[in-house]
Design a protein around this ligand. Structure first.
Ligand SMILES: [Zn+2]
Length: 238
């Protein structure tokens, strides 16, 4: 077997180890819980956005009512000082009195509406506060999970680093066109891209080669293709 062919087999071995290591990381209990926390954070953030929007709307309504209230109070003061002025006829005084009682009713109505809105504001603020507390709790949970994940996965992470280093070294010994063929086959065959030909049976698909196909392969390049499953094929005897 030439150096390229053995490097190719080594590359596949490393990649399979990397796949296993990543699958182990994915299977760790923290991974699933971290995904659940991320989901909860997303839900909470949209709920918080909704509650903040509601709170702001209520605040705008309250400000509008308060402005109206101030206006009516100003009018009330004006009418009162006008009553205090001398020289009004009885009819004029009566008209001013009617105006005052109308203003008092309007103020009463406004105060009732304001009261309802202030209660709503209280509830919205309470909901916002609860959501923010829940948000901080989720962040703390996430942090703790991340730390526990890092601790528990330290060995796997270290082996992934080693494997990646080895991979770089091995890959540099394989010509680019073969690396590209390997990348495509690895994707297509979920990592099992290369098989060995020992005797006349390829190591993965195990379909016995016909004599003429075997002779062609045995005389061909060190890295060829299996005529049955189309994986890359390394002839051991070459
Ligand atoms: Zn095959």
């Amino acid at each position: 077997m030439n150096e390229e062919a053995s490097a190719l087999l080594k590359l596949q071995e490393i990649d399979l180890c990397l796949m296993r290591a990543h699958a182990q990381l994915k299977a760790m209990p923290q991974t699933e819980r971290l995904a659940a926390v991320a989901q909860a954070k997303k839900k909470l953030s949209s709920e918080l956005k909704r509650v903040i929007g509601l709170r702001k709307d209520i605040e705008i309504d309250i400000a509008e009512l308060q402005e109206l209230h101030e206006g009516y109070e100003r009018e009330q003061r004006d009418v009162r000082s006008s009553i205090d002025e001398l020289g009004h006829s009885y009819k004029e005084i009566q008209a001013l009195d009617t105006k005052l009682s109308l203003l008092a009713k309007q103020l009463e109505k406004l105060e009732f509406k304001l009261g309802v809105l202030l209660e709503k504001l209280d509830k919205a603020e309470e909901a916002e506060k609860k959501l923010k507390t829940l948000g901080s709790k989720l962040l703390a949970d996430e942090d703790a999970l991340r730390r526990s994940f890092e601790q528990d996965s330290a060995d796997i992470q270290a082996s992934i680093e080693d494997l990646n280093e080895d991979r770089e070294d091995v890959a540099s010994r394989i010509p680019e066109d073969i690396r590209e063929r390997y990348a495509i086959a690895a994707k297509r065959f979920s990592g099992l891209a290369v098989e060995r030909l020992t005797g006349n049976v390829p190591s993965i698909c195990r379909v016995k080669l016909q004599a003429d196909a075997y002779h062609d392969l045995a005389r061909g390049p060190a890295i060829s293709e299996c005529p049955y499953c189309h994986r890359m094929l390394v002839c051991e005897e070459r």
